[in-house]
Design a protein around this ligand. Structure first.
Ligand SMILES: Cc1cc2nc3c(=O)[nH]c(=O)nc-3n(C[C@H](O)[C@H](O)[C@H](O)COP(=O)(O)OP(=O)(O)OC[C@H]3O[C@@H](n4cnc5c(N)ncnc54)[C@H](O)[C@@H]3O)c2cc1C
Length: 342
């Protein structure tokens, strides 16, 4: 096991803030993962599961324990029928490389999730989603190391309690319990996606006269839309969407609509207010708070332009959420998780 010591969390996360992690280790297989947890247990250290840090925020005080980075690699087709293909991807694979692997072969189900930064292992944690798809529709199971029993377990989708940005992996009593080593997906051999697509995707397809809805074609369109609107984490620090959209009961949605607030109805009937819309309506698009700018192109994205610390970010967050609350009466919730000892 190759331990690194006193590593800035700002170097491990795409928002690029945060003090030092006491220890960091990259794990490539189960024996290394077990060794890492044994080391932490023997030294009574807290542990943290890490992928590419695209949804993780470091704190100024750092982290007094062991950050375990998932570097399990490999993608394998497990079985195939006339309609479906079952694929297992290891947790340390880059998510977008996996989407490329699938779409290049014509497999459908994750093409609108192209260009989402991060690892395969972190994808189920907050049930990643974009442009009308999320992975709850295609995930079959995960293999995970259970840090309570030190055993490798398989957890089926039915036990993951997946909803918008929420699963058993990040919510409730088992949050942070399972280190996901591999994810098994069931994809379709042929795309069943048909128009109308999610608004911005449909607009792009119409404007470019695209009527080929194959996985590769949709992937290309999504990549183009995202490249135009979203910051590349390798160049511009951010954690993607900084606030969560707001889901409402039918009754509350009606009341909001009466007040003139735009309500989206999702394909499953759920009512939602886009947090980006509230930020835009509050006149915050493009504004900078303590070095953190609300993106001019996509208001949900908070870009770290010159923010130096978590303290700066916390001040920015308070000011932004207060403005939105005063104007609309909704308290925005942060999407990225904070790296803290539990
Ligand atoms: C520019 C940008 C755009 C983005 N766009 C989207 C988007 O469209 N849709 C979307 O859903 N998200 C989006 N995100 C957020 C992010 O890409 C996803 O949350 C992604 O899944 C994070 O992967 P990661 O490997 O970087 O996770 P990390 O940030 O390393 O970890 C995130 C969480 O998962 C836990 N975790 C990490 N690995 C494991 C593991 N192996 N087992 C168990 N728990 C683990 C961590 O402890 C942490 O709680 C965006 C982020 C950026 C920077």
């Amino acid at each position: 096991m190759k331990l690194s010591e006193n590593i800035p969390i700002s170097n491990l996360t795409t928002m690029r803030i945060g003090g030092n992690a006491r220890y960091v280790v990259e794990v490539h297989n189960l024996p290394e993962l077990k060794e890492a947890y044994d080391f932490a247990k023997n030294k009574s250290l807290p542990t943290w599961m890490m992928g590419d840090g695209a949804n993780t925020i470091g704190r100024d005080e750092g982290f007094p324990g062991l950050v375990i980075i998932n570097c399990f690699k490999g993608i394998e087709i497990l079985s195939q029928t006339a309609d479906e293909v079952v694929i297992r991807a290891m947790g340390g694979e880059n998510w977008d490389d996996f989407v490329a692997f699938a779409t290049e072969r014509g497999y459908s189900g994750i093409e609108t999730l192209s260009s989402i930064p991060g690892t395969v292992g972190a994808a189920p944690v907050q049930n990643i989603g974009a442009y009308g798809q999320d992975i709850s529709h295609v995930i079959e199971s995960v293999s995970a190391y259970d840090t309570q029993t030190d055993e490798l377990v398989v957890i089926g989708k039915e036990d993951m309690n997946m909803s918008y940005r929420s699963t058993i992996f990040n919510t409730g009593k088992d949050a942070g319990r399972y280190f996901i080593t591999a994810v098994t997906f069931v994809l379709e051999n042929e795309s069943s996606l048909q128009p109308p697509f999610y608004n911005s995707l449909q607009k792009y397809l119409d404007e470019h006269n695209i009527t080929d809805y194959s996985p590769a074609s949709i992937r290309t369109a999504v990549m183009a839309i995202r490249a135009e609107k979203l910051p590349d984490p390798a160049v511009i620090p951010s954690a993607g969407s900084f606030f969560k959209n707001i889901y409402l009961s039918y009754e509350d949605a009606e009341k909001a609509e009466e007040k003139g607030i735009k309500i989206h109805t999702k394909s499953d009937g759920q009512k939602m207010i886009s947090a980006g819309y509230l930020l835009e309506q509050a006149g915050l698009k493009g504004q900078i708070f303590h070095g953190f700018r609300i993106s001019e192109k996509a208001a949900l994205i908070l870009i770290n332009e010159s923010g130096k610390s978590y303290a700066d970010l916390a001040k920015a967050r308070t000011e932004i959420t207060d403005i939105v609350y005063e104007k609309f009466g909704y308290k925005l919730e942060q999407e990225p998780v904070e790296l803290i000892a539990k």
